[in-house]
Design a protein around this ligand. Sequence first.
Ligand code: SAH
Length: 401
Amino acid sequence: MKSQKAHSDMAEIILKPRKEKPLRQHHPWIFSGAIARVQGQPAAGDIVTVRAQNGRWLARAEFNPHSQIRARAFCWNEKITVDEAFWRQRLVAAVARRNALMPTAQARRLVFAESDGLPGLIVDAYGPHLVAQFLTAGAEARKAMTVQHLVEHLAPASIIQRDDPVRRKEGLPPAEDVLYGQPPATAWRIDENGHQFLVDLRSGQKTGFYLDQATNRAALAPYCAGQEVLNAFSYTGAFGLYALAAGAKKVINLDASAEALALADVQLRNNGFAAEHWQNIEADVFKQLRIWRDEGRQFDLIILDPPKFATSRGHLQRATRGYKDINWLAMRLLRPGGLLATFSCSGLVSADLFQKILFGAALDAQRDARIIRHFHQSPDHPVLLTFPEAAYLKGLLLHIT
Ligand code: SAH
């Protein structure tokens, strides 16, 4: 395999003067602007040695000439040999962390890319079925090896590859495939904190389910008892199902995806919730909130869990306007003393910025908003302190008067 070259003939990246500090602090990303020159002719996905201007050894990284993030470092110890055993060990360690931190979860993220020292690799487990994403040239180059290690270590029933738009930023083609075994023919049933969900592993969004919200769904449920809940951007209605199980008076799931709501329907019936307690509405949230505002419709608790509005720095302003818009409207739709559980999964929108956006929304809505608690991604999506960019999901529970 190309990426397994002997270290002696490995290509090298020499950084510009004064550009080595982040790398010395174990930050993995090396942007094109930090590189003085590349020695040798590394191909996309090849492993390279990274050196400071003065020749000092800094790290090993995977190279990609097609990405703004020209190289991703993953090893900061010169004495460690990067071979198959190295990668296998990284994978085993990632799985061991989940076994230690969330041993009983049936559906969980086993590998979270840079946070597990495995750039670009996502592996989610849904019981015996694994869904993987290979989001960098290096992860793509190691795909066959990764599949082999997963099979040996976990003996899965199947491994499915799902695509993601971020592959395009890395110059990688669309890719959806069955990499191993026999995936389930229909939606796969998982248990999350005692609740049953149906997951479409082959064509659902992302890897089929938003595992990153698991702990937040559980944390929010007790607030829903006896309440009229609007679950906006509901996908398959996971927050709504927790709310009903906790005794919500009524739950409205609102989403633009007919497929997601169809699954929500089946799932609510399967769980035996009486039809008068829930409703699934297919509509655009921006439009529907305005319709309800004009009608004077009110709710006790609103959940806003939109998709990633900021996909690049250039879209940050537009994203900010989007977040402000839905939050301002939601504050208006709440009864006095109502609760707003509001999220952003845009990595480019920091927790600070998100709070500022909500401050602006509350001013516009002419409401007082008080922070009751903070939300972040579930523990199977951990954040290395050396790589804070991994903390993409943030949320606040606001008490609105
Ligand atoms: N809260 C969900 C995950 C939400 S993901 C869960 O816990 O599973 C974001 C959802 O927003 C997706 O289901 C997508 O279909 C939906 N969506 C995106 N843009 C939308 C819009 N403008 N109006 C309504 N739904 C939208």
